[in-house]
Design a protein around this ligand. Structure first.
Ligand code: Z2T
Length: 833
């Protein structure tokens, strides 16, 4: 049915065009209107939550106008679009970001003040949209911000989880998980009950002959409906407002299965509905780990099939030939989670649209790009063949065919290398047989990228080595990660952003981060350094208040704030950090009061969630809290050392923590952290970092200079030999670390047995993460940090210099690289009015 208004009646629509507010009075009018109509409240019962809701609705209305215009423009011009498929989007809060991106935060601040509210308190009412675990999900969110800011026609596709990443509570020093039910009131999403896709699972494949041609028909066992929910993504200082489409699952055929309902089988009809809704119920809370659960595979196919149906439907509207598909559509796979999209597109083209296999495959491989985010073997996705066969029988056939043709081509190119065929096969001939998703993603894409230089080199020489031989090196590339300076500087650190703007000729640096280099000529400016230091101090005071409010511990903001916030993982080595803290504590205890007076006060701040099933990570959290409980009340120590574990680290907390750090820790075992992105956030906010030669730390060092970073530890090329020596040679533990272990075993930090597995991992089980190998270097480097911090003037100069050289690490640069090298898309500017 044509829903478009006929020409003669359009005049009436144009006459009634919506005009959005541009000033304080207009904003206030909208807030009052929303309080009194949309929310059905009044000034007599308007609390901060209502003020948040009404402010959001006012800004939402503004976004919608731009959003509609952006979508109309993109449809009309019909240029190539980018589709970013990610199972995670770690968005955080939307209101502050929307106000800043449309440039009306000041207006809202003044308006809210007149109406009786402080904007900081209003903004804080919003619940984080936490549909992600960590770096991978936050990267997707930064990319959406950059795509919109740079005016690229782009959509994100994801899942609308009813429960995002769990909320972390610390009870008696242990992590406790609480469900994150976040959809109570969410003004930022628009249900599209008219945009639905039926997704099928299970069933069987039958051959049919149609017009002399044999085709495969997948007859369904079960159908679940996907419903679209759209979230507007505003660019900064541009009307471009892109779309993030999240799919929610629902039983197909309305509220109930009426057959069952009427026949009195009420319970099973409700059970069917619940089973369908389970698909989008919960985000899997693992970072860098795949556990091979059937429901996870169902989530992946559900989301991928709905998204592809949507993309294909949009493409078909322009009635182009299928060969033009890759000229109109670029699909980026955020890790292997959406790899089934490759198989699904091949299925649509061959089974549904009737294209020849080779023709279809050419289209498919020209369309997809694949980003790898890890080399950790436990995180590489593999699915049992039997499970895929059961859930997606036709897809398994197609995977086998893709593999067959691929292996035939490999055999041709490497005729005498049987072992090569075994190594690169998409099907691992194990017991049970497994589908190797990364290999499928490589074979089905035209480009594969890693996320930092070292990481991109590592994948080429280790896990994907054979594929470089097969396809040549050009298929593999690097796009070093970046972050959006809008959220991570302008929003998180408004005072620093303003100070920078005053030295860089206004806010243009937020759109071209290389302009930060103009700061460097002011490094010697005493007044500038003073203001810089004052802002850092104020940010530390704010964090100190949060620490007091949430933990009861009083910390001195004049201390050196040493921060490690990220998911808890053995490879990220929070255990190295806490062992280092214990070493510092023991050193302080051994000093005379006079010696102690000369020491630099420190606060060691930790934060991060452990995957609920990751026992060792939970032990690490417990040790940190146990050390804090002893150290923080030790009167010999006082302000010289405090140990804090911040509960429930998330995006909005990161926005408060990053600006308050003096030194942050990025200390993964060399070669294990693909990139890291919080390293960039901390440096951009005027903090220095201590880190290993890993991930993006290496490029940060190259940009800001070796004298502005504290590097330590073994290099990635030495890791293999060290591990081998631990297992097959004699393994001696660093003597200082040994003293730390002995102290833990004496019971100084509570029942020693609680921590015996952490110690055994180093002493007895081969110290896979090289904690002992790097311990001495780590401790020494922290000494250098102390010495450097004593010279505040020099320290501030290092911070300013570092910030001035951080231009490279904007996600805008990443998006431009992807656009140029992988997607072949161009921006499309939307008129302002
Ligand atoms: C994740 O956050 C990352 C990699 C993953 O590999 C999975 C998850 Cl959930 C499957 C992280 C990397 O650990 C980090 O180094 C990187 O900066 C980030 O992705 C974005 O690329």
């Amino acid at each position: 049915v044509e829903a478009s208004i006929p020409e003669p009646q359009r005049e009436a629509w144009k006459r009634n065009q919506i005009t959005s507010f541009t000033d304080k009075d207009g904003f206030e009018k909208e807030v009052v209107r929303h309080v009194e109509t949309t929310l059905a409240r009044s000034m007599f019962n308007c609390d901060e939550i209502a003020a948040y809701s009404a402010t959001s609705l006012a800004f939402r209305d503004r976004l919608i106008t731009h959003w509609n215009r952006t979508q109309q423009r993109q449809t009309y011009r019909d240029t190539k679009r980018v589709y970013y498929l990610s199972l995670e989007f770690l968005m955080g809060r939307a209101l502050d970001n929307a106000m800043l991106n449309v440039g009306l935060k000041n207006v809202a601040q003044d308006g809210l003040a007149e109406l009786g509210f402080r904007i900081e308190d209003v903004v804080k009412q919003e619940h984080d949209a936490a549909l992600g675990n960590g770096g991978l999900g936050r990267l997707a969110a930064c990319f959406l911000d950059s795509l919109a800011t740079l005016n690229f026609p782009a959509w994100g596709y994801g899942l609308r989880y009813r429960y995002g990443i769990f909320k972390q509570e610390i009870i008696d020093g242990y992590q406790v998980e609480v469900p994150d039910y976040w959809l109570d009131f969410n003004p930022w999403e628009f249900p599209r009950h008219d945009v639905t896709v039926d997704i099928q699972f299970f069933g069987q494949v039958n051959k049919k002959t149609v017009g002399g041609k044999t085709i495969s028909v997948w007859e369904a066992g079960e159908i679940v409906q996907a419903v679209a929910y759209d979230v507007p993504i505003p660019g900064y200082d541009t009307p471009t407002t892109n779309n993030l489409r999240l799919w929610s699952s629902k039983a197909s055929g309305g509220e109930f299965d009426f057959q069952k309902f009427n026949s009195g089988d009420y319970e099973s009809s409700v059970a069917d509905q619940q089973r369908a809704e389970t698909i989008s119920a919960v985000l899997y809370p693992n970072d860098n780990l795949e556990r091979g659960k059937e429901l996870r595979l169902k989530q992946q196919y559900f989301w991928v099939a709905a998204s592809l149906y949507d993309i294909v439907r949009r493409f078909k509207k322009s009635r182009r030939s299928w060969n033009e598909f890759p000229d109109q559509v670029a699909i980026q796979l955020n890790d292997t989670h959406p790899t089934l999209a490759i198989v699904e597109l091949q299925r649509i083209l061959v089974d549904v649209e009737g294209l020849e296999w080779d023709n279809a495959w050419e289209i498919v491989t020209s369309t997809f790009g694949y980003t790898n985010h890890t080399v950790l073997p436990e995180a590489l996705e593999k699915w049992p063949v039997g499970l895929v066969q059961h859930l997606l029988p036709r897809h398994l056939q197609i995977i086998y065919d893709i593999n067959l043709f691929f292996l035939q081509s490999v055999e041709k190119a490497f005729p005498d290398d049987r072992d090569m065929l075994r190594r690169v096969s998409i099907i691992e001939e194990s017991q049970p047989k497994m589908v190797r998703m990364a290999f499928l993603a490589i074979v089905g894409s035209h480009k594969v990228n890693g996320v930092a230089e070292l990481h991109s080199d590592l994948i080429k020489t280790t896990i994907f080595k054979d594929f470089v031989e097969i396809y040549g090196p050009d298929k593999f590339t690097n796009v070093t990660n970046g972050i959006t300076p809008r959220r991570w500087l302008h929003q998180a650190n408004p005072r620093l952003s303003e100070l920078i703007a005053s030295k860089c000729g206004g806010n243009d640096f937020l759109k071209d981060l290389t302009i930060l280099n103009q700061l460097e000529k002011h490094v010697e400016d005493k007044q500038f350094r003073k203001e810089w230091a004052e802002i850092k101090y104020a940010n530390k005071v704010r964090l100190a208040k949060h620490i007091k409010d949430t933990t009861g511990v009083v910390v001195n903001p004049a201390s050196l704030f040493d921060v490690q916030v990220k998911r808890i993982h053995e490879y990220k080595r929070q255990q190295l950090n806490i062992f280092g803290v214990i070493h510092r504590y023991l050193s302080l205890k051994a000093m005379t009061p006079d010696q102690r007076k000369k020491q630099l006060p420190r606060v060691s701040i930790f934060g991060g969630k452990a995957a609920p099933g990751y026992w060792m990570a939970k032990q690490i959290i417990h040790l940190i809290n146990s050390v804090g409980a002893v150290v923080n009340k030790d009167e010999d120590i006082g302000d010289l050392l405090k140990v804090i574990f911040l509960e429930d680290y998330n995006v909005s907390k990161a926005e408060m923590i990053c600006p308050a750090s003096d030194i942050s820790e990025h200390i993964s075992t060399a070669g294990t952290e693909a990139s890291g992105t919080s390293n960039m956030k901390f440096v951009l906010n005027g903090g220095l970092i201590i880190g290993t030669c890993d991930g993006a730390n290496i490029e940060i060092t190259r940009e800001i200079g070796e004298s502005n970073i504290f590097l330590f530890g073994n290099l990635s090329e030495d890791v293999e030999d060290l591990r081998h020596a631990h297992t097959y040679g004699s393994h001696t533990i660093d003597s200082d670390l040994d003293k730390v272990f002995n102290e833990i075993e004496k019971g100084t930090f509570g029942t020693p047995h609680d921590f015996s597995a952490m110690i055994a991992a180093v002493r007895q089980h081969g110290d896979y993460y090289l904690v002992s190998d790097d311990f001495h270097s780590y401790i020494e480097t922290h000494q250098l940090v102390d010495e450097a911090y004593r010279n505040q003037d020099e320290w501030i100069a290092k911070c300013i210099t570092s910030v001035s050289r951080m231009g490279f690490f904007t996600s805008d640069r990443c998006i431009n690289e992807y656009a140029e090298e992988i997607w072949n898309v161009e921006p499309l500017v939307v008129d302002r009015h």
